[in-house]
Design a protein around this ligand. Structure first.
Ligand SMILES: Nc1nc2c(ncn2[C@@H]2O[C@H](COP(=O)(O)OP(=O)(O)OP(=O)(O)O)[C@@H](O)[C@H]2O)c(=O)[nH]1
Ligand SMILES: [Mg+2]
Length: 235
């Protein structure tokens, strides 16, 4: 519990046995529920996560978005915090992020990786790709977004019932922010965190995922809103 709010942390993992150990060892005590969504890992990710006290849920179908949707349907906290299992996002920033989230009275707080302070954490190519995607998001959705691709967010679980989350892949990260930005009932803010280099093997395919995410942004902007809500309503 943090100031009488129940906190759930969700971590999607695809072969992150090294990173997940460090992430879980650095998890703050006040976190009530830690969910690791194992997306068909062939290494020891599940065993390591289980031995460090996380709730391990398996999602057999591959995909970053797919993993998150599975995690959300198992979350019971008032506030959900997300981060990667590769130890690139700082678990000890969770208290600072929740404090800011409560202080700013927002419903969705995006943790921006920019400015990148550790030069080893992100290549020039990735920085450029991220900039293009964030500028495109800002222009298409009329709101300045510094890091549309960040994987660390803090939000109220109750807002999920107002979101249409269709992406099962890497575009899920931008989609959840767009759903927050577009909704006048959801207050959105961004705050900077320290980003560091990932542990383990790179899963992202920068050209394929980058171009697909750009296309997804445009398509979502101009597509008619689907009538049905894609995520289960939290009870
Ligand atoms: N790429 C990918 N990641 C997944 C999948 N399922 C779960 N994940 C996890 O989602 C998180 C984000 O993926 P990353 O490969 O770290 O993507 P990224 O952070 O954009 O790229 P890096 O800069 O390489 O860290 C990691 O914890 C992955 O293990 C999947 O199907 N594909
Ligand atoms: Mg990562």
């Amino acid at each position: 519990m943090y100031k009488s709010q129940k906190i759930t942390v969700i971590i999607p993992c695809l072969n992150e046995e090294q990173g997940i150990e460090l992430v879980l060892r650095r998890m703050p005590e006040f976190v009530d529920q830690v969910i690791v969504v194992d997306n068909g890992s062939t290494d020891r990710t599940s065993d390591v996560a289980h031995s460090l006290g996380a709730e391990v849920i398996r999602e057999p179908v591959r995909g970053y978005g797919r993993s998150y949707k599975k995690g959300f349907s198992n979350a019971t906290g008032d506030i959900i915090v997300t981060l990667d299992g590769d130890h690139s996002y700082p678990p000890d920033a969770i208290s600072y992020l929740i404090e800011a989230f409560l202080h700013l009275e927002v419903d969705f707080l995006n943790a921006s990786r920019f400015p990148v302070r550790d030069s080893r954490a992100m290549s020039f190519k990735h920085k450029f790709g991220n900039l293009v995607l964030s500028v495109a998001t800002s222009l298409l959705y009329f709101r300045w977004v510094r890091d549309s691709q960040s994987g660390m967010w803090v939000f109220r679980r109750s807002i999920l019932s107002d979101m249409i989350l269709e992406s099962d892949g890497m575009a899920f990260s931008e989609e959840i922010k767009i759903e927050a930005l577009r909704n006048s009932k959801i207050r959105f803010e961004e705050i900077s965190i320290q980003y560091s280099s990932r542990m383990g093997e790179i899963k992202l395919n920068p050209w394929r995922d980058g171009f697909y995410n750009l296309w997804f942004l445009v398509r979502k902007r101009f597509a008619p809103r689907a009538a049905k809500l894609a995520t289960p309503r939290p009870e």
